[in-house]
Design a protein around this ligand. Structure first.
Ligand code: FE2
Length: 249
């Protein structure tokens, strides 16, 4: 089965449609969405509809939970970002909110894949440090021994790690990277962010996992950033957020 793994779409319609088009061209059979469908971007409603209609395995991210009210707004989140969450609340219909509300915090598949937003042990954890990665791999081994592959998002930075070392971090200029996985290892894999990349590469990020071949591919896709920025400006978003799509940090 070829899984297209998407995360952190953040209401970016232009990036989402570019990634889904590319994934379909590459014969993706099942879509997975690791949360944060909304927030930051100016097209939350259409992004929720696209993901819902794709029948993706989808989990909720912190921004989705801020919008539904399940999680109170984190006061540490900047005001300009909070404004985009308030905007999403206004733009979403009751059935779209209901869809977000019904999303689980994690999904485990029968063949040993785990989908989470933050980390296996905590949906809000940012998996960035080597210590946190090691602790979470240990957590998987002790609490979910059947899981050999965990896809996570939240940091907006593509990466792949195992218990012994970080296999790869993708900084920039790589439109595709392919890795053969090994049966004996436990992997933590972040496909990067579709709609809000933060690794200084403005192209939309996503990954394909072929479970038959046990191969993961990381992809970057050019999309109409100007179009997404125009929508954000028209929605009255802070210019720093508009520029951030280009700066990707
Ligand atoms: Fe996010």
């Amino acid at each position: 089965m070829k899984y297209a793994i998407l995360s952190d779409i953040h209401g970016n319609f232009e990036a989402l449609t570019a990634v889904m088009g590319e994934a379909r061209k590459r014969k993706a059979e099942k879509f997975v969405c690791l949360g944060d469908l909304v927030g930051y971007g100016a097209s939350p409603a259409i992004c929720v509809d696209i993901v819902r209609n794709s029948k993706a395995h989808c989990i909720s991210g912190n921004h989705d939970r801020y919008v539904t009210g399940v999680t109170p707004m984190d006061p540490a989140i900047r005001e300009v970002t909070q404004a985009t969450i308030e905007y999403a609340k206004k733009m979403l219909t009751a059935p779209q909110i209901e869809y977000l509300n019904g999303l689980p915090l994690q999904i485990m598949t029968e063949d040993g894949m785990l989908f989470v937003h933050g980390s296996p042990r905590n949906e809000d954890e940012y998996l960035l440090s080597w210590e946190a990665i090691q602790e979470n791999i240990l957590y998987l081994k002790m609490n979910m021994p059947d899981v050999h592959l965990c896809f996570f998002g939240h940091t907006h930075i593509p990466m792949m790690a195992t218990g012994t070392r970080i296999e790869a971090r993708f900084e920039e200029k790589t439109d595709m990277a392919v890795f053969q996985l090994a049966d004996s290892k436990t992997y933590l894999i972040n496909p990067g962010s579709v709609g809000q990349p933060r690794d200084r590469c403005s192209k939309a990020a996503w990954a394909m996992y072929d479970s038959t071949e046990d191969v993961v591919e990381f992809h970057r896709v050019k999309y109409n950033i100007g179009g997404a920025q125009q929508r954000m400006t028209a929605a009255g978003f802070d210019p720093r957020l508009v520029m951030r799509l280009e700066l990707a940090k």
